[in-house]
Design a protein around this ligand. Sequence first.
Ligand code: GLV
Ligand code: MN
Ligand code: MN
Length: 411
Amino acid sequence: MSDVRVDGSRFRERFESFNEIGATESGGVNRPALSDENREARDTLVEWFEDAGLSVTVDEMGNIFGRREGANPDLAPVLFGSHVDSQYNGGRFDGIVGVLGALEVVETLNDADETTERPLEVVAWSNEEGVRFQPDMLGSGVFCDVFDREYAYSREDKDGNRFGEELERIGYRGEAPCEPRDLHCYFEVHVEQGPFLEQEELPVAAVEGVFGFSWMNVSFEGQANHAGPTPMDMRHDALVGASDVIQAVRRITATGGVDLVGTVGSLDVWPNAINVIPETVELTVDFRSYDDAAVDAAVEQIEAEIAHVAEREGLDYEFEQIMRVDADPFDADCIETVVDAIEERGHDYTRLVSGAGHDANYLNTICPTSMIFVPSVDGISHRESEFTEWEDVLVGTDVLLGAVRRKADEV
Ligand code: GLV
Ligand code: MN
Ligand code: MN
């Protein structure tokens, strides 16, 4: 293949400028799905897509596509991208690298005046993070027919705002149907978000699959009462129930399988007052593993634990699994395409499985898919200090370019 490479300085300038949107004082970004900052990020992206000559389509879920025509427009396109929504006070790399990297691939091909056989489409998926609206990966989930559109529109944030109404409010409830269509393949470049590449001193990985995971909402209801006069044996303390769940998650992961991880990441306590026994607690549980049986067993165990503590403490409880994604091995041919693109550039590399969820999970159910990972410094992500060396971002993006070019000329 001719030697076409991404332009690091243009990409970097765009990356820095994009990350001024919703920038936080501590060096992160705050652009949760469908917030005003997310709208501004989308507006900027659409403008840049159009500047790069892409024809832009926004679908009913607010997924943004930019299409570059191929020599043969009737062939199924190669799709690549990621997401521009962030965690609350999240990092500058998660998702953005994959979207702006996709745009850089297009700009590089424009500069080289290279027309691929197949059309290319870059994409920014809606609500990948799942932090404001659960579950995560809603945009790609509807696109891949995992959720129906009305279910997605009905999802509410903690203030009772609905996804569909917020999408309308920010002006990104598009016309194009959000449904599966014929795609040649899907690629996504992303930061690893774990420690492995850095520990091994490797700049890049071909991603072979993604952990399965389960998300659960749990609530306990006890009785608020005075913290002073109420004897210990007359209490129905919802927070005691929650604390058992937190400990149980630790215990279950210790014995539940080599790679099983579990997290209680969110806790809402009411009335949350120093001298009142907690009446209600709402919490979340997240279990993940590449072994689906380990995830299912962990879910069963935590549900039993919840029932047990509720009985012991005299609490009512509710338990709901709000999402269950199966472990997802990517397409062998797409993985090898990524490996070929890495080897062409002579990089050392490894093959990894992702502990983080990605839109690529769902894309893999409708078309051949793989991902490219670049190192996360100190394995840190979902935090403002998330960082990846710029040279590594470029390595990953250049590998994306190589993978896209290979697949885009397959006829
Ligand atoms: C998405 O960021 C996830 O893996 O939770
Ligand atoms: Mn991400
Ligand atoms: Mn994320």
